[in-house]
Every structure is written in structure tokens, then in C-alpha cells.
Design a protein around this ligand. Sequence first.
Ligand code: M6R
Length: 607
Amino acid sequence: MCGIVGILGTAEVAPHIVDALALLEYRGYDSAGIATLDGGKIDRRRAEGKLRNLRNSLAEAPLSGRSGIGHTRWATHGAPTKGNAHPHVTPRVAVVHNGIIENYRELGDEVTGAGIVLQSETDTEIIAHLITLELDAGKTPQAAVAATLKRLRGAFALAILFTGHDDLLIGARHGPPLAVGHGDGEMYLGSDAIALAPLTSSITYLEDGDLAVLTRQGAEIYDAGGKPVQRPAQQSVASAFRVDKGNYHHFMIKEIFEQPEVIGHTLAHYSDLANDRIAMPEMPVDFATLERLTICACGTAYIAGLVAKYWFEKVARLPVDIDIASEFRYREVPLAAQGFALFISQSGETADTLAALNYCKGAGQTIGALVNVTESSIARGADIVLPIYAGPEIGVASTKAFTCQLAALAALVIFAAKARGTIDEAEERRLVRSLAEVPRHMLDAFRQEEKIKTIAQGLTKVRDILFLGRGTSFPLALEGALKLKELSYLHAEGYAAGELKHGPIALIDQTVPVIFLAPDDDLYEKTVSNMAEVAARGGRVILISQNDRIAEWQGRIESSIELPDADPFVMPIVAAVSVQLLAYHTAVFMGTDVDQPRNLAKSVTVE
Ligand code: M6R
């Protein structure tokens, strides 16, 4: 999940590499570094922490050269120090790497056995030495890289510069994505088309196992068997437009407030709002006869899938198997013939989700991808791509992508229900109308912000927080806890409210706030029974519900957040705003790095 970029340019490349790294920082921000070739010699600058530290070090000591590689790191092997920052160099090569080399120990022993003293704790440095040993044995750069790649186990995307070869850049891909960019007398490598967008829109995506040999005249690509292959160049629609925060303090809060608009865009794509009808693109499976649906995703995208499971099963009577992709991929799940598997991912690059997709593909499933990035690996591996139109999501915590995923999934549920005959036209119209009202309800939900700030301030004084809910409010409880954990570093857990008595109730005392997601739906009475159990034990209850319901509990709850009167079907989309604002403001009070919380990355391209 690091970001890599390489440029064979016609002018100084370091400033362009830094600009490209800024567009890749969402992949990791533990450290950053650049190496260039000047007069055939490798020179580099590296800095711990965010890219601005590298910019400062380049300002003090600029790097010259028309060929270069750069890296922004999410640490795997080795602490996030300057010494472990990429590029890793030897007298003959400079290497940047995204991924993990699983057999790095045995390869490392071999390298140290050859008398080499390692300078870092990384697996990447070992790759640099292995290539160097092959070069020392007389191989060409291409042959040295090819021989080294054969020995690596794990996942990698690499970009490599060679001392004395100003017109050569080699890239290789096994797992994580890597794209070749075509310029005018220039050539580029990048983790994705977004990073290369300021330089070119002509992109060739490398396939798994490919090795690309770049000169300023073009690229030769070889497949995993070493055979030359043609990979078509395509016009990328990735935008180089660097969204800014406008008047907001953080991208996250800007993205929270963008939700009514981007949900509108998403719904416009999947429905005919003028006629209250669903208008899905042509689907590669027949929902009328589909027996089961498989959904796989990670993190917040998984939680969106969990909400959809409740919807598909209740509204469309379609059984759903859902799993976290990292578990699914190794579970050797038996899958029915002609099944449909849906993969949900904002980035479209999450390694575990992609691996689960490939597993399902191998098992003959038809593949759907619900993604925000339509040029991503997950989108490219799918039979049908369902875009969510959230626009670039920069904050590491997923907010608008989550609610747009829910909006698109809700439309798919209505479509499936109609195809299966579990709803009639009148019900379709009613449900579509309820979806169309989501943006308006969200605007209402925003009005609770000041009250949410007060509650958030209280949360900064506690260590543990519980989120509880039933039905579709259960996944939302998971989402509330996940958001709070990742942003404020407080310990939060989401539970099904009915599960409380089976263990977590032991945690209840005056120090643990318990946040109940209890919208006025058919499970409301059940949820508030659990709430009464908490209140009876002196627990601190925060109730998220409609105004009338909150009024019934005055005196027995510590505080509350009002929900708009949305239809229960769409309530998880609307209520997401409450838990997002709560997590955001708690993090602001805690003084954490809201848009780039510690240890995280926006796109998780390692397993
Ligand atoms: O890009 P993806 O949607 O596949 O990412 C999945 C998770 O990594 C992501 O949702 C993560 O959990 C977010 N940090 C949650 O806010």
C-alpha cells in the first residue's frame, strides 16, 4: 500500500516526482523518498513522516537529474524511520517497492552470507542487493531483474533505476497494481493513473507477472513467462485535479457535508427519479432466478455490504453470504455454479478484496464491482462495474463513499426485489421516493452538529465506548465504532443489541458510554428494552433516535442525537451522518490527525 512513481524525463524530474507522490500519499504517509540519476550516478533524499518533510529536505538539498523514482511508504517490514524509507540503493541500483516479500528472511541470509551489511530492516533492500549480485555476475539490467523476480515470494510492484543507465527504468508487477504512462519523449511508471494524471492520460496497465522495460522511446513489456506481449494503451479519465479543503478544516468534514450532493449523483445513475423507478444498467445475471448472492469487502465497505444483506434478504428475499475478504480468500468457500459475487471497494485496489474476486472468478462466478475508482484493479476484473459517483475521497476514514455505496446497493435491492416479484410497482415507487429523500434528510441530520460536539467532548474523557443496534442499525453500530476507533484512537466496539446479555453487559458501569442506535422501526421496542437493561445497571446511555422517541426517555438517558423522520428502509444511510460527525468531532477534540490517522492508509494494497 505504498505509492511508487518513476519518470524518464526531458527535464529535471524531482519536482514532478514530488507532485506525483502528493497524489499517492493516500497509500501511506510513514515516510517518503526520491532517487535520481545525474551523470549516471544515483543520489537520493528521504524523510520520515509526511511528504512535507521530504519537500523540506529537498529544499535544503535539491536533487538534479532527468531520471528518477519516488516512494511514499506505509511501513510493513521495519519501523517508519528515515533509514527504512525507500528508495533503497546499492552502488548499482535504486529500488522502490509496494508490497511484502514473504521469503525475505532466507533471501536476507543469502545476501548477508555474501558479506553484505544491510542498512535497513526492510525486505526491499534485499531486492536491491539481489539485483546487484546478478549485475555483478555479468547480467544485463533486464536479465538481473528477471532472475531476481523469479526468487521473490509475495506481492510486489517495483520500479528500479540503474547506475550508468540514464535512459532505463524497469518496472515489475506481481499483485499490487502498476501502470506505465506514455509521454512525449518521456515515459513514466506509477502505482495508479491518478499519480500520473499531471503527466499523461495515456496509460498501459500491467498485468500480474509483467515486467516493463522503459526507455524514453517507449516500453517493452514481458509476461510472467518472459515472452514479449502487447498491452494496449488507453486514455485514462483519472483526474489530476487536486481537490482542496475549501473552507473546511479537514477533508473528512468536507466529505461528510458533500454527502447529500454525491448521493444525489449516485441515485441519478441508478434510478429514474422523475418517475420514481429504478433504472439499473443491464446486469449480467438474472436476479429473478439467482439463488444466492456473495458479497465480499473490507472495513467500511464490508459494513455497507452487511447493511445490504439485511435489505436483500428482507426486501428481495435473496439469501446473501457476506464475508470479510481477508477471511473469505483462504476459506476455500464452495460456490454454486452460475453464482453472482459482488465486491465493494472505494479504492478498488484493496488487496484482500481483489484476491477474493480472483477466487470467485476462478470458481466461475459472475463478478460485480461496486467501486468509486472505475479504473481500479477490482473494476477491471469485473463483469459489471457499478460506480458510486462519490468523487475523490481524500480523508482516510470512509464517509461519503460509505453512504454512496449504501445508496447504490439500495437501488440494486429494489431492482432485485422487482425482478423477483417480492415487491410490486407501487412499493418500488415508494422505496425509490424514500431514497430520493435521503439528501434532504441528511441536511436535517447535519443540524444536530452542535449537540454532537457536546457529546463528543464528553467522549474524550473515557476509554471505552459501546455502540449497539439491531437490524440494519447493527452494521451501523459497527461503523460508528470503527469510525471512532480509527479517528480518535479510543476503544469502541459495535455489538448487536440483543447480544449484550451474552457478555458485553459485564462492561457496563458509570465510565462506559453506551450509544444506542434505535430509529423508530419495527425493532425499536426490542432495542430500547436492551437500553433499559443498561440504564438499570447505571450505564451512561446516549440515544440516537427520532425526537418523539427521545422524549419518552428523558430523565433516563444522558444525552441524545435526533434522527430525521426518514423511512426505515433508508435510515442507515441517513443515520450514518450522526456517527460520522460524532467520530469526527471526538477526533478534533482529541487533537488527532483526522485526515491521516496514525498507522492507516487510504488504500490497503497488502494483505
Ligand atoms: O478502498 P476500500 O473500500 O476497499 O477500503 C476498505 C477499507 O480499508 C476501508 O473502508 C477502511 O476500513 C476505512 N479506513 C474505514 O473508514
